[in-house]
Design a protein around this ligand. Structure first.
Ligand code: XIL
Length: 334
């Protein structure tokens, strides 16, 4: 008798969720363990929270998440070793406050990756090594981040090499958003192919999956999974949520009157969208080795604050009381 979300997908893929340390106690922990068998730190393993000053690491939150996973026998995914956001300022500056040299920055990246990956060796089975390196503008290839400005393209392959040296067993992922959209998909593919052809130790691609009731289409999702897996890479959905707002327009638009209300119509459209994407996931179970939701339930989601502050969103399978939504029943009914 299936009981929680993970049980329905037992023969498909692990069902993961992004967590904060405060999620790991009382009823929330119980709810988590009933429905999920993989966890990711929502923020605790990013460079800034973990390594805020040179030669100083703050381990408590990251350790509590890893220990919870190990103690309960569930998988732990690491997120993220090299990213342009939530990276500390000191990382990119030399002793004189000038922009760090390429040698210095790569040395620091290596120290960071060695320290973190070795600490959790054998406990974290997969790492997002490089996050969001492709630019949003389709006319550009790589994002013009400080990593890129200082190191050029090299930082990407180096990050994977360092991580592989630190834990040769860990599965190493490139992770990004909007990669199901054709113009970004092609550029991500180009990057991945380059890495694979150069024999860089990369094992998978993470599609973040910050989607909405408007996208992706079934065909686009299918094409993306097939194209990436044709490179011999695992595919994982690493940060799944289905926003009730369109991503692009809402960044610019003023808040409409009905913002914050989860109408029956929105609920139905979200249910259909979840049903559709999970159908494609199931059809691709050979190459899809994990699905992770970005937060536990509609009680708290990062989309309440992003991209618009203070606009309530309802992007997950469980409601604000941790009860299964209509979308949940559609996802487990197949
Ligand atoms: C988000 C967290 O959920 C927020 O709490 C934080 O304020 C910003 O980062 N892509 C990623 C994740 O790779 O790390 C981001 O997480 C969401 C977008």
């Amino acid at each position: 008798e299936p009981n929680g979300l993970k049980d329905y997908y037992h023969s498909y893929f692990p069902m993961g969720v992004a967590v904060r340390p405060s999620d790991l106690k009382d009823e929330t922990a119980e709810f988590l363990l009933k429905n999920f068998n993989s966890i990711t730190a929502e923020n605790a393993m990013k460079m800034q929270p973990l390594h805020p000053r040179e030669n100083f690491y703050y381990w408590r939150d990251a350790d509590s998440i890893v220990n919870f996973g190990v103690n309960h026998g569930i998988k732990v995914r690491g997120h993220a070793l090299c990213w342009h956001e939530q990276a500390p300022d000191w990382m990119f500056k030399d002793a004189n406050g000038e922009l760090a040299s390429k040698d210095l920055l790569l040395q620091r990246l290596k120290d960071h990756i060695f320290t973190v990956v070795k600490r959790y060796k054998g406990k974290i089975y997969a790492w997002d090594v490089v996050n969001e390196a492709i630019d949003d503008n389709p006319d550009n290839f790589l994002r013009n981040s400080l990593w890129y400005q200082i190191c050029g393209e090299d930082f990407i392959a180096k990050a994977f090499e360092y991580a592989h040296e630190a834990d040769p067993q860990a599965k190493l992922f490139y992770n990004d958003y909007n990669v199901v959209r054709p113009e970004k998909r092609e550029r991500v593919y180009r990057l991945l192919k380059k890495l694979v052809d150069a024999k860089v130790p990369i094992h998978g691609v993470g599609l973040q999956g910050h989607w909405s009731i408007y996208e992706p289409s079934e065909a686009e999702l299918k094409t993306a999974i097939e194209q990436f897996s044709s490179l011999g890479l695992d595919v994982q959905i690493t940060e799944l949520d289905v926003s009730i707002y369109p991503w692009e327009k809402e960044r610019r638009a003023k808040r409409p009157e009905e913002d914050g209300v989860f109408t029956a119509d929105l609920q139905n459209r979200q249910t259909e969208q979840y049903a559709k994407i999970f159908k494609v996931f199931r059809q691709n179970k050979k190459v899809l080795t994990g699905v992770t939701f970005w937060n536990l339930s509609d009680r708290y989601t990062w989309l309440d604050h992003y991209p618009v502050q203070g606009r309530k969103n309802y992007p997950l399978l469980f409601d604000q009381d941790f009860k299964p939504k209509k979308a949940f029943w559609e996802v487990v009914n197949f």
